[in-house]
Design a protein around this ligand. Structure first.
Ligand code: PEP
Ligand code: MN
Length: 334
């Protein structure tokens, strides 16, 4: 499918007219420092005959169902997460509790995480629980606590958005939005976070193909938001010894297909804290650009995912191993 890269961002009217006349759909975007027009479907774009237009620098025909996430478009993409550049040589560590439970809980764990050198703090304010009777999160109160955590630590804070109605609200309080595994094919939600200019992390649904994950990211980028990364967090297989099966192979596969940074969440596939460290280290060894890890000041008291959240002490030990491994692999932890 074609991406029309423009020589001059202002002089695209002629091309748009031709595309419209040929019955093609198109979207003009400025992303990844390029002025482009994304147009579809193929046959109508070819019919429009815009290749020879003087304002067209080049037309990239991608070989994949996704274009903006494809490496046919750009080789690698990256964006800032605090002092680190996700998608570069930097290894980016995001950590924090499954859910925001109180101001004390957040500030206590955030101080410890900051001392360990993390780049961003996570915490769920709206929790996607399997049962409606389980803890549902603190809602806006949780977002306020996250904002306070950012103010106290100087670190960016990340939270999950579950619904289009929550996107503007969450974007007012936090720095990074993520889409949870249960919502990564909620296309209205993907478009809505795409309309913000906040970094967006998209978790792979546990029944989702890699190509479907890349198409989910495509939805976000097509709205003009180019700060997008994907998160492998385990898929459902027949194996029951772990909560989900971490698809380690997804890391090199995504890196081959797409320019997007890849983060791994070792906590949710592990399901129990014993497996978090080996999965985290394996992910880095396989080429992940970052990790998202659940850490709670008192996991035994956690209101969700208590079995898998690390104590700050365990996390500190893990960070030391991550640093040693990063050195061997030539990755930087700024
Ligand atoms: C979470 O990050 O707390 C979470 C619910 O993860 P997932 O959407 O991957 O299940
Ligand atoms: Mn969780």
């Amino acid at each position: 499918m074609p991406i029309i890269v423009l020589r001059d961002g202002e002089a695209a009217g002629e091309i748009e007219t031709k595309l419209a006349e040929a019955g093609a759909e198109y979207r003009r975007l400025t992303i990844y420092n390029k002025h482009i027009i994304v147009a579809w479907p193929d046959d109508k774009v070819r019919q429009a005959g815009i290749d020879a237009e003087p304002t067209v620098q080049t037309v990239i025909y991608t070989r994949t169902p996704y274009m903006l996430t494809s490496r046919d478009f750009i080789e690698r993409s990256s964006f800032k997460v605090g002092r680190a550049e996700l998608g570069s040589q930097d290894l980016v560590i995001v950590a924090g509790p499954c859910a925001v439970e109180s101001e004390d809980q957040m500030l206590e764990v955030a101080r410890e995480l900051k001392a360990c050198g993390v780049h961003a703090i996570r915490g769920g304010a709206f929790k996607p629980r399997t049962s409606p009777y389980s803890f549902q999160g603190l809602g806006e109160e949780g977002l306020k606590i996250l904002a306070k955590t950012r103010d106290e630590t100087g670190l960016p804070v990340a939270t999950e958005v579950m619904d289009t109605r929550l996107v503007d609200l969450a974007a007012r309080y936090v720095d990074i939005l993520w889409i949870g595994a249960r919502n990564s094919q909620n296309f209205f939600l993907l478009r809505e976070v795409g309309r913000t200019r906040k970094p967006v992390l998209i978790k792979r649904g546990f029944g989702m193909l890699i190509d479907e994950l890349l198409l989910a990211a495509e939805y976000v980028i097509l709205e003009g938001n180019d700060k997008v990364a994907v998160i492998e967090r385990g898929i459902r297989t027949f194996e029951k010894s772990t909560r989900f099966t971490l698809d380690i192979a997804a890391i090199p596969v995504i890196k081959k297909k797409s320019h997007l940074p890849v983060i791994v969440d070792p906590s949710h596939p592990a399901g129990t804290r014993d497996y978090v460290e080996p999965l985290a280290l394996a992910a880095i060894a396989a080429g992940a650009d970052g990790l998202m890890i659940e850490v709670h000041p008192y996991p035994e008291k956690a209101k969700s995912d208590k079995e898998q959240q690390l104590t700050p002490r365990e996390f500190k030990d893990l960070m030391q191993k991550i640093r040693r491994l990063a050195e061997v692999l030539g990755r930087r932890i700024p």
